[in-house]
Design a protein around this ligand. Structure first.
Ligand code: NAD
Length: 361
């Protein structure tokens, strides 16, 4: 029997609620398909700060390193907001990405037909949207040095962050973009701000070179980030695979996510150069406003589990089964509060999870 170990980091806020449903789904899958999934759980984020005094312990990091894949719920919340940056729950995420070498974040954005009215955009604008946003994860503004806030001699303050990329960092994320595009419609859009920012001028140059030298079969185009942001709401169907740097990707992928109506629907994968070493998580945060109320939508986390089966374990059929079960439950009109509309049936987080499990069985 094939055995895969999974580090399960539920995290904070709604994290434990949504993770429980994803693990239930994986449990059905392992029984149905004769695979052995071995879960190792540990606290991360605010929960880890409260218990161990640090957002990510060495023990948790070891679990992540030794596992075949990591599943993460979400971290953070108002309780920990006043802490020093190095001690905030979000550092756990950044540290995991850095330590595991997860430099690419893949976010599929697909409109579920049943949810077409959940979007704030007109159905004719979003019907058929199916894109992949690839965000560079370990470089750029979020990691660049120098960084910090300093008090100047005249008593005023200065905040500094640095947008920096090296050509090898751009090359490897470009390759992820081209390879992803190759498996889809063979079209890659690279997003930058090359007219203003030198770091992204280099980005454009390197992506163009990689395309020309290694992926001549993929059609490459470029767009400035401000235009891309506008085009995403004007005509999102034009996009297939988008590759972009860390900060732009953070913003654009949330914007793309909202085309679907709720960030509670969207999974993501963070991958490195080793295919199996990856982390899977919903794109949303810990949603403190609804935490503990059994209201959260577990679908993003459940679909993240499906991505894990597909990308890390090559278990394509079980992954498709999960995706089909989600689709079927939505078609039956079951909705958590975030995607609820008149004429559908409002269900809790646990009820949504149970319905998907039932569909799988
Ligand atoms: P958020 O994504 O947690 O919530 C934004 C809004 O979306 C809220 O109204 C929330 O109720 C709703 N929402 C999010 N996920 C949902 C779900 N599954 N079902 C239903 N509704 C859902 O973003 P935020 O409010 O900006 O951040 C809250 C905390 O989460 C902060 O501490 C932030 O730093 C952290 N955060 C963590 C991650 C992560 O762990 N990957 C990502 C983003 C934010």
């Amino acid at each position: 029997m094939k055995r895969y170990s999974i580090a399960v980091f539920a995290g904070d806020g709604i994290g434990p609620e949504i993770m429980m449903e994803a693990v239930n789904v994986l449990d059905v899958i392992q029984k149905k398909h004769g695979i052995n999934l071995f879960f190792v759980e540990e606290l991360v984020g605010g929960a880890s700060i409260d218990e161990y005094g640090a957002p990510l312990t060495d023990r948790a990091l070891d679990f992540a390193r030794q596992s075949d894949a990591v599943m993460l719920g979400a971290v953070g919340g108002p309780k920990w907001e006043g802490l020093d940056y190095a001690m905030r729950p979000e550092r756990a995420l950044l540290a995991l990405r850095k330590e595991l070498g997860l430099f690419a974040n893949l976010r599929p954005v697909k409109i579920h037909k049943a949810l077409i009215n959940a979007s704030t955009l007109k159905p004719e604008v979003i019907d058929g949207v199916d894109m992949m946003v690839i965000r560079e994860l370990t470089g750029g503004l979020y990691f660049g040095a120098p960084r910090g806030i300093e008090t100047l001699k005249d008593g005023t303050e200065r905040g500094v962050n640095t947008l920096v990329y090296t050509s090898p960092e751009i090359e490897r994320i470009a390759r992820v973009g081209f390879e992803t595009a190759r498996k889809r419609r063979k079209k890659l859009l690279s997003v930058d701000k090359a007219n203003v920012l030198e770091a992204t001028e280099l980005w454009r140059k390197v992506v163009t070179r990689i395309g020309k030298d290694e992926f001549p079969d993929v059609e490459l185009s470029h767009m400035y980030v401000d235009n891309c942001s506008m085009q995403l709401v004007r005509n999102p169907k034009q996009f297939d695979v988008i590759v972009t740097e860390n900060t732009f990707g953070d913003i654009l992928s949330d914007e793309a996510a909202m085309l679907t109506g709720s960030i509670g629907m969207l999974p993501s994968a963070s991958i490195g150069s080793e295919k199996r070493r990856a982390m899977y998580e919903p794109i949303h945060g810990s949603a403190p406003d609804i935490a503990g109320k059994n209201m959260a939508n577990p679908i993003a986390t459940i679909l993240s589990a499906a991505m894990m089966l597909r990308y890390s374990f090559d278990l394509i059929a079980p992954a498709q089964e999960i995706e089909k079960a989600v689709e079927a439950v939505l078609n039956k009109g079951l909705r958590t509060a975030d995607i609820f509309e008149a004429g559908t049936q409002k269900v809790s987080c646990t009820e949504m999870g149970a319905a998907i499990v039932k569909e799988l069985r």
